[in-house]
Write a protein that binds this ligand. Structure first.
Ligand SMILES: N[C@@H](CCC(=O)N[C@@H](CS)C(=O)NCC(=O)O)C(=O)O
Length: 302
């Protein structure tokens, strides 16, 4: 079991995320168990917002590993989704199970975890276009597969590179330059692929916002932490300084500005200062989170 990792960690959402959480605090059959600081949670939360799915947000501390939480998710990680048995027809199941209680009380739930799995589930289960909008994945099977390929690149390369970078300390066997170069290399590979999408528009698919954008959004929002904590900073060149990669970084800036201005991304974000506090333990490589431990050992992230 993971060591408790709660020192100095603020316990609640703040800022925009606090406003969103309080407007989704009432009992509901569909529950998102989250931690405000967690980028994987933010992915699922963004999808709920984008699709205007009704849900309840429940803030928990995943490091405390409460037995009720472990019973839902044996991996003991957030996000965890509590899915009512009757799935999308939630109001009916709530009335049946809830009686006089608030909507969602007394409803049986099945758990779902792993942010990418949760996001795809929500996109698939809430497929009424008139209520929830278009799918976050394209209709064309090849294009859908291409999206999954680049979601895999985000999960397998960019995100591990982010933690390797932010957890760098002078004692490491690799240098900060290597960490930076590795991370930026994975980002550039992604941007070059994004440049293959036709028809203009800022997103991975061009005009159409989608799941690939969601998958990377939380780490885009957290890049300022590398500038804050790491000597030499993030290292993405400013306009006109990109040398041979100028067009790549230009395209990156278009995506970055669009994603960080997206309403769902802003609404699921707490105050910047809180992330600075929460990520200090990563920057000093002291956190006992499962992600940090895997990064230290050079293992696949949980
Ligand atoms: N692969 C998981 C990772 C989730 C994850 O690592 N969540 C962290 C918070 S950001 C957590 O619950 N950590 C608890 C721990 O490390 O003990 C996903 O995509 O959902």
């Amino acid at each position: 079991m993971a060591a408790v990792d709660t020192t100095e960690l603020p316990t609640q959402t703040t800022g925009a995320a606090a406003r969103l959480a309080s407007s989704h605090a009432t009992e509901h059959p569909l529950k998102l168990y989250g931690g405000w600081f967690c980028p994987f949670v933010q992915r699922a939360w963004i999808v709920l917002c984008e699709k205007r799915i009704p849900y309840q947000y429940v803030e928990i501390n995943p490091y405390a590993k409460a037995p009720e939480f472990l019973a839902l998710n044996p991996r003991g990680l957030v996000p965890t989704l509590g899915v009512p048995f009757e799935s999308v027809s939630t109001s009916t199941s709530a009335r049946k199970g809830g009686g006089e209680k608030g909507e969602g009380e007394g409803v049986k739930r099945k758990p779902l975890y792993e942010s990418a799995v949760i996001c795809e589930y929500l996109d698939e289960a809430y497929d009424d276009v008139t209520k929830y909008g278009r799918s976050l994945l394209p209709e064309d099977a090849y294009e859908r597969a291409r999206c999954r390929l680049w979601i895999d690149h985000i999960g397998g390369k960019i995100i591990p590179g982010f933690y390797r970078f932010i957890q760098h300390t002078p004692e490491k066997e690799y240098s900060i330059e290597e960490a930076r170069e590795g991370f930026l290399g994975h980002v550039k590979t992604f941007v070059r692929e994004m440049m293959e999408s036709e028809g203009g528009g800022p997103w991975f698919l061009g005009e159409r916002f989608g799941l690939v954008d969601v998958m990377l959004a939380p780490w885009a929002k957290r890049l300022f932490l590398i500038d804050h904590y790491k000597p030499g900073g993030l290292g993405i060149p400013v306009e006109g300084q990109g040398g041979d990669d100028e067009v790549v970084w230009k395209r990156w800036r278009v995506w970055f500005d669009a994603i960080t201005s997206r309403q769902s991304v802003k609404d699921t974000w707490s105050d910047d200062a809180q992330y600075i506090i929460a990520y200090r333990r990563y920057a000093e490589d002291k956190t006992q989170s499962e992600v940090a431990k895997a990064t230290r050992k050079g293992e696949r992230l949980p």
